[in-house]
Design a protein around this ligand. Structure first.
Ligand SMILES: [Zn+2]
Length: 188
């Protein structure tokens, strides 16, 4: 189902953060994430919130199963080519982006690994992370204490710079370093 109407010609300029009350559930919510766009309505949004709107659609399609599948089938027939093309493009874009990320990471790690480092010492840390994950059921990852590639600082891929932390911590840490990088950009 396509709920967008191309984001064009809304009757009135909508304010960012503008809230409205759903006519179905009576809750007041911010329009930005909670209401579908609707061309031809005074404020450019549906009267009911997304949840109520979808519930209504679901009730209708449950009651009219045959008609619903007919409509779906005819939509698919009309949009088959475009639909396949879109999914193909999304897939290809993701695939090449992922591959590129992977090679970048590999290259970064290769450059940051001094010749004197023994591979088995590094592997030990990765095995440790794997074992802790298995034992605790909480995903753990190997983290570079000082990041390998950063605008401000460059760590090495050596055992002393490795630690095993939870995946959650690792993500948080990555964001923290990103923040620092952004802050340093501003002060430049
Ligand atoms: Zn509602």
């Amino acid at each position: 189902m396509d709920f967008s109407n191309g984001d064009k010609k809304f009757p009135r300029k909508r304010k960012y953060g503008y809230s409205k009350t759903c006519t179905k559930c009576g809750e007041t919510k911010r329009v930005k994430d909670n209401f579908f766009n609707k061309y031809n309505s005074p404020d450019g949004y549906e009267a009911s919130c997304k949840i109520c709107f979808l519930k209504k659609n679901k009730r209708w399609s449950d009651k009219n199963k045959e008609r619903h599948s007919e409509l779906n089938a005819s939509w698919y027939q009309r949009n088959k080519e475009q639909h396949l093309l879109n999914s193909q493009q999304v897939y290809e874009a993701n695939k090449s982006r992922k591959l590129l990320d992977y090679y970048r990471r590999e290259e970064r790690t290769r450059i940051a690994t001094p010749k004197w480092v023994s591979k088995s010492d590094l592997l030990k840390v990765y095995k440790q992370a794997e074992q802790i994950s298995l034992k605790t059921g909480v995903p753990h990852e190997v983290d570079h204490i000082i990041p390998l590639q950063h605008k401000l600082i460059c760590g090495l891929n050596v055992p002393n710079n490795l630690q095993v932390i939870t995946r959650e911590m690792n993500r948080k840490k990555a964001n923290k370093w990103k923040d620092r990088e952004n802050r340093s950009k501003k002060t430049d």
